[in-house]
Design a protein around this ligand. Structure first.
Ligand SMILES: [Zn+2]
Length: 452
């Protein structure tokens, strides 16, 4: 393949001890950044006027929810009502729907500069052909680095949970499938394109028994653990009424904190809980847009970072964000951060959260920054776009989070150009959107027929 040289660009390395950005060239070989060599590169791409940042890392998503984005009945609801409105619709999912929604959701993310995605897929309706493999195939087809979450729900309404019994599974069925997908897809090696993380959904949809089974399997096999936690005050009340403890105490008692654990949202923590998350180096996936969209609250991002927790950024599921732009999410993190911290929260911090913060949450030291030896995951934005006019001259890195967002001009994942001149190179996106939208309509029609 030889070396590719990206010349004449601004580079934001996101590394301690280095400038926030500088003018220079980047060299890519065999999927990694390399030092400039004496030999002439096989390929030179002129990047004049552009800025390169490490590929953005999305630490929490539900790609299948692209099918129910903007659903009228769920537009104006808080989390529990939003969920109970959609569970019966999601009960009609099939594998083809899961595949095309993942293709669309991942394409949208890549077209915002995102190169690594953690997705929690947790709806396995009885008598359906739904498998996690559909999400993994979509990630391969789009060309994105994936942490595919084998999600699960095991606590149905019959047993005091929130989801209907038609979408929960028994723990033995879940664990058999966990073993299958890990054997088939999990790659523990540095630079892996596919990892499997274990993701029991939330305190109100999962039994403690399953939490323990997944914990033990993950720790025996070197897998990461992920769940939703402290997203809403309804969840806090549910935990106090059902288990007699606050959500984080529930996890602590289950030995479910640490460097191999990351939690989605993490909004409603008190000072003691923030300190515990820091001491245990637990990860947090901060989801500002979704938290605003559902009116859930504002996470204590800076206190968590100061305490020592690992904090990254995430868009959360497609139907509680209704967008899938990681660059827009950095801007939301900045603006929402200002609501809590005033001007003490900076645009550079928001971009750090979106890059190296996410890499830390997913325990991926080989991504999230630009340096020789690291994997060549890159988002390259055109600073001559009118959106950055002015700001590009003063602080091109801050411009990305402060100004209105644009699509990246180029995106590289593991050295491969997945976006070129603003377009996906890996698949026909308009055809994918067409098929996805047919299936989105069919999914809602199925649930209307079922309730008639
Ligand atoms: Zn979520």
């Amino acid at each position: 393949m030889g070396t590719t040289r990206l010349s004449n660009l601004m580079i934001a390395p996101m590394r301690d001890g280095e400038p926030a950005y500088y003018a220079g060239d980047l060299f890519i070989e065999d999927g990694r950044f390399v030092e400039a060599s004496a030999e002439p590169p096989a390929r030179v791409i002129d990047m004049t006027g552009c800025i390169a940042v490490p590929g953005l890392v999305n630490t929490h998503h539900h790609l299948y929810q692209t099918l129910t984005r903007g659903l009228p009945k769920a537009q104006n609801a808080e989390l529990f009502e939003w969920l109970t409105t959609q569970y019966p619709i999601w009960a009609g999912l099939d594998s083809e729907m899961v595949y095309w929604s993942a293709v669309c959701g991942l394409s949208e993310l890549v077209l915002s500069g995102c190169t690594t995605v953690s997705d929690m897929f947790y709806v396995f309706p009885a008598d359906s052909d739904v498998k996690l493999d559909a999400v993994i195939q979509a990630a391969k087809d789009v060309g994105v680095r994936m942490h595919a979450g084998r999600g699960a729900m095991s606590l149905g309404q019959r047993d005091g949970g929130l989801p209907p019994d038609s979408v929960v599974q028994d723990p033995d069925t879940i664990m058999a499938d966990v073993e299958r997908v890990v054997a088939a897809h999990h790659d523990p090696r540095e630079g892996a394109m596919t990892r499997i993380d274990l993701m029991p959904c939330s305190p109100f949809s999962v039994t403690s028994e399953l939490m323990v089974m997944m914990r033990d399997f993950a720790r025996a096999n070197g897998l990461l653990l992920h769940t939703h936690l402290a997203e809403t005050l309804d969840e806090e009340r549910f935990c106090l009424e059902t288990f007699g403890v606050r959500p984080l105490k529930l996890l602590k008692d289950l030995d479910w904190l640490g460097e191999d654990v990351y939690l989605a949202h993490g909004i409603h923590f008190n000072d003691e809980e923030v300190a515990l998350l820091g001491r245990t180096r637990t990860g947090i996936a901060h989801c500002p847009s979704s938290n605003m969209r559902l009116g859930s609250g504002i996470a204590r991002v800076l206190e968590l970072v100061d305490a020592g927790a690992r904090v990254g950024l995430a868009v959360d599921g497609s139907s509680s964000n209704d967008g899938g732009s990681m660059l827009a999410e950095a801007r939301q993190a900045l603006l929402l951060g200002r609501m809590r911290y005033g001007v003490g929260y900076s645009a550079h911090q928001a971009m750090e959260l979106a890059t190296r913060g996410g890499a830390e949450v997913l325990n991926r030291p080989e991504i999230g920054a630009i340096a020789p030896g690291m994997r060549a995951d890159l988002a390259i934005y055109d600073l001559t776009d009118v959106a950055y006019a002015g700001a590009a001259m003063h602080d091109p890195l801050a411009a990305l989070a402060l100004c209105q967002t644009t699509r990246p001009k180029h995106v590289f994942v593991d050295g491969r150009a997945v976006v070129q001149d603003g377009h996906l190179t890996t698949l026909d996106l308009s055809q994918a959107v067409r098929r996805h939208n047919q299936l989105a309509r069919r999914l809602v029609e199925k649930s209307t027929l079922a309730t008639r």
